[in-house]
Structures are given as C-alpha cells and as structure tokens.
Design a protein around this ligand. Sequence first.
Ligand SMILES: [Zn+2]
Length: 361
Amino acid sequence: MEYQVFRLRTPDRVVLDISNVEFTMPAAAGRNGRGLVRTFRFGAFAQGKARVVIETAEPVRVEATRLIREGARGRHRLELDLVPSGSVDLSEREVAAARESAARLQLGDAVPTPSPPVPPSTAASPRVPVIVIDPGHGGVDTGAQGAVGVEKDIVLAVGRALERALSTSGRYRVVMTRTGDAFVPLERRMRISREHEAQLFISLHADSLEARELAHVIRGATIYTLSQSASDERARRLADKENAADLLAGAHLSADAVQDDVRSILFDLMARETAGLSLNFRQLAAKRMRGNIQFSRDPQRSANFLVLRQAETPAVLIELGYISHAEDERQMLSAEWQRKVAAAITAAVDDFFAKSGSIFR
Ligand SMILES: [Zn+2]
C-alpha cells in the first residue's frame, strides 16, 4: 500500500493520502476528537487516491509512521505518531507534496471525471440550453453534518433527481460537476461550467447551524446569488464556510488563481449582464419552490460565494435546508421530498428559459 503524509497550516492539519482505498467507516466517524486530534475527515480525493485529513488541536509533527501487516488476509494497519510541536515550519518536502496534490486536482485529476464536453455534431441541438448542476462537496469533503446524514449525500441525491427531471423534458442538456462521491475543487466546478458554456449554473448545498440552542428553530431553504458584500452577516459567514471547502480538504491552491486584479476588473464588466439574469432566476425559483418546501425567513439572499463567480453564466446557490434542524434533515433525506424540490426547480428553469430564451437564441 502506498501512502504519503504531510502537514498543512491554518488550520493545523495532517494529511494522509493512501492509494486505492475505499472507506467503509460510518460517516460520523472522526467527528469527536480526543487529545491532539480535533476531528478527522476521510474519503475519495483523486483518481485512485483516498485522503484522510486530521485536524489537530495544536501544531504537531509526525514523528513516525509504520505500516504493519496484520494476519494473512492482506490486512494492514497504518500508524502515525503525532507529537506536539513548538515550531510550525513545514519541510520543503511537505510544501511540495501539498502543492503537487492541489495542482494535480486543478488539472483534472479528480474522480470520477465529469462528462466531457459534447462535440457539436452529437449534441441534441445547438439551441438546447446547457444547465450545470453542481452538488456541493463530495469525497473527503463531507460538508455539513446532521444527526443522520451528511450534506454531500443529500445534495447529490437532489442533484440526480434534478438531472432526471430536466433531462426527461428533452429541453436541456444537463452536465453534473460530480456524479458520485468525489472531491471536486471549486475552481474545477467553475471550469466545467465555462467549458460547457452553461446558460445556467445551479449549486446545491445544505446549511447547518453551529449554535445548538438555535438549531431546533432555524430552518428552511434559501436561494443565494453572488454579491461582493453579503446581504447579511449570516450569509457572509455561510459563504466563508462554503468557500473553505477546498481548504478543509487540503486541496487549496494559493489564492492566485482567483484573486487576480486584472481578471477581477474584467469579471466585473462581464458579470454585470449575467447578474441580472441570476437575480431573475432566483426570483423564479423562489416562486416555484414556495408552498412546496419550507423556506427560511428571508429566502432570497446574496453573498460572495466563490463558485458563483462566473462572468458569463447566471448562477445560483441553493441551500436546501438546515441539516442541523431535525425536521429539515428528515425531509431532505426523503426521496419524495427530493423529487418535489427537483420538480419545483425544473418548473423555475422552464419559466426562466421561456422568459429569457430570446436572449440566448
Ligand atoms: Zn455546502
């Protein structure tokens, strides 16, 4: 078994990459830390590669690693000795390992590979709008965790239901940013949208409330569009949390890819046009979803979500509900509810293209 261990900082993490491992541990494993280990996450990371991210309570160093063969059935145990470390300086090898793994992912090493662009000749019709469905998180990045379920599974189930509903209408070509339990970096999700020249991008997520005392009160779905400054403090914090997905999975490239001044000026000029369309779709979605599913108190909001920063594609991010709320979680896990949401969003998509069709054609 091949493995690689390196550390990352802010927050302090130990990353363990193992080749060809499929995890069968319950999703809740690793939530409750002990000693130096605060939490750990695990899951698919890239082609043939699984990852465990151990968040530590303070800087540590990996004093030793041992791969021990146990019994005759090819079973192995991998042990890491973590000890507190006064210094947080990473070795050159660690920096290189972190860079390389993040860069490889950005270059398209994620699993499974999303459907490749369809050549024009085989596309149903050049006039058929392309819709990108983006189930958030995946693989080592579980997203928000409820009592029973996890965000990555709920949003994938809803994404699949939405894909079915949109595809069967025959009016759209649907592209998913992920079709399985795979980790896909945010930048890659945006690139998929760009490469397919999507005319609508729908990102699916589920929210969670940290404050336990409010968890049984706050519930319902919210639809977000992009804005430089958030509509409110909660929306701002939510965007920070969703934007940290790559960071938590240990796949964060330094901000250079996104935070380029020249690019952002260009972005602002181009995005002005699409911003109006995003707002338009948000409104239509709110209208179709209302009455079908529980809404939050203020269901149309905006914040600076990285994945929505798409200059040429109207984009929304739908938080389907609060996984921290028992009834919301129960509903989000039900196949019937998932179909209902998919149908409501599909109706909004129909409205959107009926209204704005002339712009695209
Ligand atoms: Zn999320």
